[in-house]
Design a protein around this ligand. Structure first.
Ligand SMILES: Cc1cc2nc3c(=O)[nH]c(=O)nc-3n(C[C@H](O)[C@H](O)[C@H](O)COP(=O)(O)O)c2cc1C
Ligand code: SF4
Length: 445
């Protein structure tokens, strides 16, 4: 039986000019802000805690708890920073959300800033997505014009300024502390923690950093209540299963209808593939990522694993950003892993040795293997280098770089061996493209 979608963030994406304030207001836009401004700040934070919303940027940290860490009554300003850097391979939910419904994010920014008593908020967007930056600027200008931003918002006495900041385009600037350095005008590199941003973040002041989808989920919680949110998601009876609410699952790759599917936490890839028309015709699922390339690969064996933080962790991977990249039987896993590893080596910020040197050598070995020039020893070397990165790198970029390698060796070791036993890649790279000719497939061995 097919599951039902729960469109909340995406409830009017198909309406003409969905990104305008006028359309957003037709769909209850800015009503949650009015509710929030009548509430005590701490009650807003408590409501978000009660909803059990967890950060949608990858790590799944409880959003309300993060807001609660901001010290009260200090003499430093408090800041809200929205992480709109979205650069993880396969991750493609924040950009469509900001394009189709930027006001949901702006309203969430105002409510979150009010809850933590911030009078300045920043939206840090990756620089390459100029169309998104323009759209955000337009939405923020519309919000100012309507009195939702600026001085004395809706007569409440609360003031807030919002700045949309364009980054220069670096994956590492999505890491929250590197983002803060970049926002301050420095080269983006991760900071040593503690102190955590809640104590010393932007300009050494208390700062909350949240993902776009996390913040955009807040207005619906204010509109509908915490119980409405917790009613969606994994088993309410079991305290070990705490993945609540609806969320955006992004299906890409070898799937008939790729795109965003907003569904409750805990659905399965099988459910989502049903909605998306299945793996592309004539082919079988080979492997997939549950949450971008930094999460260990899964296979057809895992089609019924619940897409929840606990479900995916129980199966040995991570939910991450819920970026489900689908690869069918035409894909060479060695080539896919090489391509990802080239990305990590390119994006490594160079601050720590295990990642800077390790990712470089991983690429050299994977290239050799893909060209059929490797040997059994190379497979052990890959695992050894990964072992020296995982848990020893300064930030999670290094750890993430090891995920596709170790998981592909676990599930597809024979395919690596086939490369050097057959003196080259046994796959036709053209067959894995979406424009491949009918009948193209695995090369005769
Ligand atoms: C290399 C790297 C890149 C990241 N990129 C992003 C990103 O583009 N967007 C994002 O929200 N979080 C990203 N994160 C996670 C952030 O560090 C942080 O956990 C997140 O912004 C917190 O927001 P949340 O609690 O709402 O999920 C990245 C982490 C790492 C290590
Ligand atoms: S793990 Fe990589 S990206 Fe992170 S600090 Fe070290 S070199 Fe930089």
């Amino acid at each position: 039986m097919s599951i039902e979608l729960t469109p909340v963030l995406s409830r009017f994406w198909d309406v003409e000019r969905s990104w305008t304030r006028e359309v957003y207001e037709r769909y209850d836009g800015y009503s949650a802000l009015r509710t929030a401004l009548r509430m005590d700040r701490d009650d807003v934070t408590q409501l978000v805690k009660d909803s059990e919303l967890r950060g949608r940027g990858g790590a799944g940290f409880p959003t309300g708890n993060k807001w609660g860490f901001i010290p009260k009554g200090g003499d430093k300003p408090v800041y809200l920073v929205v992480n709109a850097d979205e650069s993880e391979p396969g991750t493609c939910k924040d950009v469509p959300l900001m394009m189709a419904n930027p006001h949901e994010l702006v309203e969430g920014v105002i409510i979150a800033s009010y809850a933590i008593a911030a009078t300045h908020a920043f939206i840090y967007v990756r620089g390459e997505v100029v169309h998104v930056i323009r759209r955000l600027h337009a939405a923020v200008a519309e919000a100012y014009a309507a009195g939702y931003l600026g001085k004395d918002i809706l007569g409440s006495g609360y003031d807030l300024e919002v700045v949309v900041h364009a980054g220069a385009g670096a994956y590492i600037c999505g890491e929250e502390t590197a983002l803060l350095d970049s926002l301050e005008g420095r080269r983006g590199q991760p900071r040593l923690r503690p102190p955590f941003p809640a104590i010393a973040g932007l300009y050494a002041s208390p700062t909350v950093i949240n993902n776009v989808e996390s913040i955009a989920s807040v207005p619906s919680i204010l509109r509908n209540g915490a119980a409405w949110f917790t009613a969606m998601g994994t088993d309410n009876e079991d305290p070990r299963k705490r993945s609540k609410g609806m969320t955006l699952f992004s299906l890409s790759g070898h799937v008939t209808r790729p795109g965003q599917f907003e569904a409750p936490m805990g659905v399965t890839l099988r459910d989502l593939l049903d909605l998306a028309g299945g793996v592309r015709e004539g082919h079988q699922l080979k492997f997939w990522t549950p949450g971008g390339s930094s999460t260990p690969l899964m296979t057809a064996e895992h089609l019924d694993v619940p897409l929840s933080y606990e479900g995916i962790a129980g199966a040995g991977s991570m939910l991450g950003t819920k970026a489900l990249q689908i690869f069918d039987d035409t894909t060479c896993v060695v080539r896919a892993v090489l391509r990802w590893t080239e990305f990590y080596a390119h994006e490594s910020c160079g601050k720590c040795t295990p990642c800077r040197e390790g990712t470089y050598w991983l690429v050299q070995i994977l290239r050799r293997l893909e060209n059929g020039e490797g040997d059994e020893e190379d497979l052990e070397k890959l695992l050894d280098i990964c072992d020296n990165i995982l848990g020893r790198a300064f930030c999670a970029l290094g750890d993430g770089a090891t995920a596709p390698i170790t998981s592909s060796l676990e599930f597809f070791r024979q395919e690596y061996i086939d490369h050097f036993e057959h003196g080259g890649c046994p796959f036709d790279p053209a067959a894995s493209t979406l424009f491949a000719d009918e009948g193209a497939g695995v090369k005769a061995r």
